[in-house]
Design a protein around this ligand. Structure first.
Ligand SMILES: [Fe+2]
Ligand SMILES: [Fe+2]
Length: 234
């Protein structure tokens, strides 16, 4: 990571080094809705130094980086390819896992809710998140993505309308981020309490995976797809 500088944005770092996702999430660094933030500024509220975080990302890249070689190529995709990649990767993941997490979380809340009251709030927030994401995916797939796919061919598009639509999507990403953060806080960063069953541990692992996958999903849309659309229109 010799080229990483204090001025480089956290979004750019994740695009270049996909393993930075887990490192940034562990320090509460928002690289997805606040992808433009320079690394130095993002670290202000943490107790980690630039050298330490770069070292952690490098270690993660060495350990797991090869598996993520494909993700490193997403920056070179055109609009059509990027939209297909988002649908086949992140939307597919949510359609597969949201119903399953919902079922598991309901069971865990019923069994452990008496001793772990926070599970009630976590479940309610999750249901709001599930509804928001389900509606969001539908809107992107039915309206936004077909529009983006037309941009490469069409000459006369309503640029103002597209700019508004992108802004609306980004506002909804913030809503998703807020619900994810709320549950992360309530669960003390997915810390598994002593003496609970394996289902409890499993559902927290699923929720942690959901957080990482959704953060990366929003990053790809906010920091790669939307800027590419704006470039085409300008
Ligand atoms: Fe999406
Ligand atoms: Fe989205």
């Amino acid at each position: 990571m010799a080229t990483t500088t204090l001025e480089q944005s956290v979004g750019q770092i994740v695009t270049e080094y996909p393993m930075a996702v887990s490192v940034f999430l562990s320090y509460g660094i928002d690289f997805y809705c606040r992808g433009d933030t320079p690394l130095a500024e993002a670290l202000k509220d943490t107790d980690i130094s630039v050298d330490e975080i770069i070292d952690e990302i490098e270690k993660a890249e060495i350990a797991e980086g090869e598996k993520y070689a494909k993700k490193r190529q997403i920056d070179t995709k055109n609009l059509n390819e990027l939209v297909d990649y988002i649908e086949n990767t992140y939307h597919k993941y949510l359609k597969r896992w949201l119903p399953e997490i919902s079922q598991y979380l309901k069971v865990v809340r019923t069994v452990h809710g008496n001793h772990h009251q926070e599970l009630y709030e976590i479940y309610d927030n999750f249901i709001r998140l599930k509804e928001e994401l389900t509606d969001h995916l539908k809107k992107e797939e039915d309206q936004i993505f077909p529009l983006i796919k037309e941009i490469e061919e069409k000459k006369s598009l309503d640029n103002k309308e597209i700019a508004l639509v992108l802004k609306e999507i980004e506002d909804r990403h913030e809503k998703t981020r807020d619900l994810l953060m709320l549950n992360k806080m309530l669960s003390k960063s997915w810390e598994i309490p002593d003496g609970v069953c394996t289902s409890y541990a499993y559902v927290y692992k699923l929720l942690a995976d959901l957080e990482a996958n959704t953060a990366e999903h929003i990053h790809v849309e906010n920091n790669l797809l939307h800027p590419k659309v704006r470039d085409k229109l300008s």
